[in-house]
Design a protein around this ligand. Structure first.
Ligand code: DGL
Length: 268
């Protein structure tokens, strides 16, 4: 038995989509979540800054006595996963490989679309992951920098969201993709609008669910699970306003979050 929590972090609140899937799939596990909202977005920053922030986020989580790390942020996964694995002696799960593998399993016409932040798309990490599984697949990618601010504004399903989604995604639709990877923590919240634009025939891959399945597997194979008789504990930390975190986290997770704490992440 290993009763220590799983550590999950993201550049902000979007990673709660990953936490939600983990807690639904493995409700016996405790989780510590850190959202670096004070320094978000990561998706427009340089590689050096993204790596520096990622290492600080991980050092903070290691201070919380966790048994594994989940990099819920696609941008941090894209630029730091290799370095993190090399520098920290703890099981690490990232989000790019699980999302890519699910897309390859799903596509029927071998045409996959990838959407993400500017940093994630320019890293080319999804193309590499997909072609290492099946190099006959055509991959079309598109950075959608306005999606994150739309989600943070709570505009998930209105006319403006529809117009912006259309502007970015029609070119991908015209390529004839049948599968689209939502390669950013925030994008599952735009799922309904993306579905309206892309149509039912395009399968959307929510990496968050795929990541939760990998976390479950790593717990079974590498670290061990918690004693199921002990109630799981969820702790939330943010580098920005606690009130803002709690209000958005409560609506995202559909439950009241009152216990978030502020972290001075620059100390780590
Ligand atoms: N968490 C980031 C990602 O998944 C999106 C938000 C940001 O740019 O920080 O890529």
């Amino acid at each position: 038995m290993d009763n220590r929590p799983i550590g999950v972090f993201d550049s902000g609140l979007g990673g709660l989509t990953v936490l939600k899937e983990i807690t639904e799939l493995i409700p016996t596990e405790s989780v510590v979540y850190f959202g670096d909202s004070g320094r978000a977005p990561y998706g427009i920053k340089s590689k050096e800054t993204i790596v520096k922030y990622t290492f600080q986020d991980i050092r903070f989580l290691l201070n919380q006595d966790i048994k594994m790390i989940v990099i819920a942020c696609n941008t941090a996964s894209a630029y730091s996963y290799g370095l993190v694995k090399h520098n920290f002696d703890i099981p690490v799960v990232e989000v790019v490989q699980p999302g890519s593998a699910a897309a390859v399993r799903e596509t029927r016409n071998n045409k996959i679309g990838i959407i993400g932040t500017t940093a994630t798309i320019s890293s080319g990490v999804y193309e590499k992951a997909i072609s290492s599984i099946d190099n006959s697949i055509e991959v079309y990618s598109k950075a959608c920098p306005l999606f994150v601010p739309l989600v943070e504004e709570g505009w998930w399903d209105n006319d403006i969201a529809y117009r912006v989604v259309e502007e970015y995604l029609i070119p991908l639709k015209e390529k004839g993709i049948d599968t689209l990877v939502l390669g950013c923590t925030h994008y599952p919240l735009l799922k309904n609008t993306i579905e309206k634009v892309m149509g039912e025939e395009v399968k959307l891959i929510n990496s968050a669910l795929e990541v939760a399945k990998v976390v479950d597997r790593v717990i079974k194979e590498t670290v061990s699970g918690r004693d199921e008789k002990i109630k799981p504990v969820y702790r939330y930390y943010t580098s920005d306003s606690v009130e803002k975190f709690e209000s958005l986290a409560s609506s995202l997770l559909n439950k009241e979050i009152h216990s978030a704490e502020k972290v001075d992440i620059e100390k780590y």
